[in-house]
Ligand binder design. Structure first.
Ligand code: AMP
Ligand code: GLY
Length: 425
């Protein structure tokens, strides 16, 4: 089977790593890929949003399956174009991908199908939005309706702050994405991510994970794409997973099919596990990054048959096997990330770190320049380690981090603190 994987992050390197272990694979192509995927297949110099280029390449190379990593090509309709051309695609249609790209669309779907989520209102004018605030208590959660690169959510502690956020968003701070806003009840609890693969009807549950969104230790500093992750997440028990499947994932898949927009791909549920059980914060139409990397390391079975069956709408009776071992991941990022950072600094010691037992390193924003590994992105390397316990996995990940010589980089030193706090052994 010839597979074309779209994307260039740590998530895609981990997917490529897992896919390349499949006996079904004959060729792996990655567009554009990174130095990590180059070692596993052929990197193709096409950006992930070059829809015409991808379509052209997929038909010229007689690709059997396209696996889409990031959301941008999905929101542009790549899956629709591939399906029209008769090329199986793992990833939802543009319409189904709206569960990520429009928060209001998702909230209405939840309300219609009694899917547990925060109470909310949708607004496109300041007066009604501010009137709605008076019916709620602090803190207030104000969200731009559209995609705002992960920056479209403001949690305001006081009502004047919330009013400012409303004015700014509806005033155009996020452009079109903020032309409509959603105001939500604040959900207390611990966040976790859960993933399930569906062909539009059948569902294969994956596992839960937790990530660290803030840049600095103690979960402080600006929001990032994710500075570390681990699985299993102790807060995400078997019971919670069952509830998420029956109350959230299954009704969502049914509702999307009933609307005539069946969802094919991975559903990434961002959840709050609180006193009233799990509630949905948001969906993404893709694998989480870095959660995908820890899941790929825990997956014992072949991923390719499930991806192909989902893409060809034949997912029935399949399942994944997972190791009980824990996996931890530490992101090495460029100093300055998520703000401005320098590109081109040299990274040494990656091979020495990767040679440690139980360690696997995934590339994200790296490049090879003059034969040397250099940093070109914000999040640069993902250091993963397995262990019998979460504590062991985390310890080994940091042993590997210490072998890497990159003065221009930084990482959080406290990945997994929630898990360690729960498990005092
Ligand atoms: P979102 O872009 O919807 O995932 O929101 C970004 C982050 O804001 C989430 O990861 C949560 O940490 C936080 N958040 C969003 N909605 C809520 C809510 N209703 N209650 C508490 N925290 C929230
Ligand atoms: N880990 C957060 C995300 O992928 O959006």
């Amino acid at each position: 089977m010839k597979i074309l994987l779209i994307g260039s992050g740590g998530r895609e390197h981990a997917l490529a790593w897992k896919i390349s272990q499949s006996p079904l694979l004959t060729e792996l192509h990655c567009a554009p890929g990174n130095p990590g995927t180059a070692a596993l297949g052929t990197n193709v110099p096409l950006t992930d949003t070059d829809i015409d280029g991808i379509m052209d390449y997929a038909s010229k190379k007689a690709i059997d399956l396209v696996v889409v990593g990031p959301e941008a090509p999905l929101a542009m309709g790549l899956a629709d174009d591939l399906n029209k051309a008769g090329i199986p695609c793992f990833g939802p249609s543009q319409e189904a991908a709206q569960i990520e790209s429009s928060k209001g669309y998702l909230k209405d779907l939840c309300a219609e199908h009694s899917i547990p989520t925060a109470a909310y209102g949708r607004f496109n004018d300041e007066t009604n939005a501010k009137a709605f605030l008076t019916t709620m208590s602090a803190p207030y959660v104000i969200k731009a309706d559209g995609l705002a690169a992960g920056k479209g959510v403001i949690i305001a502690e006081t009502s004047p702050e919330a009013e400012t956020a409303i004015d700014e968003m509806l005033g155009g701070r996020f452009g079109e994405a903020g032309a409509e806003i959603v105001i939500e009840e604040f959900l207390p609890g611990e966040e976790a991510s859960f993933f399930a693969i569906t062909d539009g009807i059948h569902i294969v549950p994956m596992i839960g994970a937790q990530d660290h969104k803030r840049a600095f230790d103690g979960d402080t500093g600006p929001n990032t794409g994710g500075m570390g992750a681990y699985s299993p997440a102790p807060v995400f028990t078997h019971d919670i997973q069952q509830q998420v499947m029956s109350q959230i994932i299954e009704p969502t898949v049914k509702a999307l099919a009933a609307r005539g927009t069946p969802y094919c791909g991975v559903l990434y549920a961002g959840l709050m596990v609180g006193p009233d059980g799990p509630k949905l914060i948001e969906y993404n139409a893709r694998f989480g990054d870095p959660e995908c990397q820890v899941m790929m390391r825990r997956m014992q079975s072949d991923i390719v048959p499930v991806l192909m069956s989902a893409a060809t709408r034949k997912l029935n009776g399949q399942s994944f096997q997972w190791t009980d071992e824990a996996v931890a991941l530490v992101v090495l990022a460029n100093q300055g990330y998520p703000g401005a950072y320098e590109k081109g600094s040299v990274i040494r010691g990656v091979e020495e770190a990767a040679a440690l037992s139980d360690v696997e390193i995934f590339h994200a924003g790296t490049a090879i320049a003059d034969g040397k590994l250099t940093a070109t992105g914000g999040r640069v390397l993902n250091i993963t380690a397995t262990g019998k316990t979460g504590r062991e996995a985390i310890r080994q990940a940091y042993v590997a981090v210490d072998r890497i010589d990159w003065p221009e980089g930084f990482c959080r030193q406290d990945i997994g603190w929630r898990m360690l706090e729960r498990d005092n052994t």
